[in-house]
Design a protein around this ligand. Sequence first.
Ligand code: SAH
Length: 406
Amino acid sequence: MNSSLLNFENKDLSLLPSVSLARDLQSKLGEGHQWIFHDALSEGPKNYKGPSLLKFKNKSIAVGAYDSSSELRYRFLSWLPMEGDEFLKRWKLAIKRRHRYLDKNERLKTNSFRLIFGEGDDFPGIVIDIFANIAVIQLDRPWLKKIWNLEAWIKLIREDLPFIEGILLKSKTSAKENEGEESEVLFGDVPEIIEFKENQMIFKTKIREAAKTGFFLDQRDNRLLIEKFTSGCRVINFFSYTGGFSVFAARGGASEVISVDIAKAAIDNCEEHFVLNKLNTKRTHICNDAFEYLELMKKKKEKFDLVIIDPPSFAPNAKAKENAMKAYEKCFAMGAELVSKNGLLAFSSCSGHVSLEDFGHVINASVSKAKRRAKIIAWGHQPSDHPYPLAMKELHYLKFCLLELG
Ligand code: SAH
């Protein structure tokens, strides 16, 4: 068996197709940036997706993953010549970074985490999430199977995470959010429904149908933050998905929690999560468009002590950014209007194209649109199992802000 994490490492690299840099990006790549867009490359192979050499001034300098159909044309993998165990070293480092999540005692409280976060762990295009005894591998595109040798990944997962009983592969077939996904069991048994823990709360996911790898693990730290502020609060959680924030708000002592999401399957799961966690908080789960419901709450002059707004990525690509900024501003401002005097407001954006600076602008604009004064109580980000290269701030995708409104 080929034990290399790369599918082509033991082959003659000089036989790979090549593409040339149109300008010298070597220092950028050296800083840890791993993406090259089509306009920085000269003509490469047509109708080709797979491993390829990167040339500069006729010299092969690196190896990476090439996709002739995508604007993100090249994902850098390694300088040449490659060291034999370079990728194994990357794997070991990724495991070391998750040391705390792999700790036996920690797993009694939280047994769901991101084991590999693509570029953040120097493994472009591959994400691995752990839900209790199941690992879910997500490839950003199905053809990345040509790059990553899944047999070797399975072997390493089983060696270093001996509690894993099943491995599921999910591949995105479209660049669009939550659209087109294929799944395939790679090892063991993967049940339809998986139960797992996050900070001692129990959640369930229908792993094959669920969005992304199964659950939004990236809000873990922000859910704990919310919990600290909900004692006695009337809370409304827009874009709730399966109620992650709702459940933590209830555990924090909220007097009432309303969850709103457009996806029926997700909203149905909210109630199950309250029951599983034996929470007897007053709650309502509403399957509705969030914008419509924001409008309705405003019309009814409803007020809340905490309003949470965690919309989907309105900017799946750079071109969509302007409209996304408008959509964020619109729902954030509407949310601000629902906050009671000295109540709290939590905003989040999970779009890599909306920078921390952009997010700050949207917050300012929406608070002033709602004619409110605000204090920042806390900023939040993606948790430590979602690391990103300093040189790729677009991978600092999750932003979160908790405000108090006067
Ligand atoms: N806060 C969630 C994650 C939110 S993901 C958590 O902690 O798990 C974004 C959610 O927005 C998805 O569940 C999706 O179904 C929902 N959504 C997308 N468009 C919507 C709309 N127009 N109205 C309401 N919900 C919407």
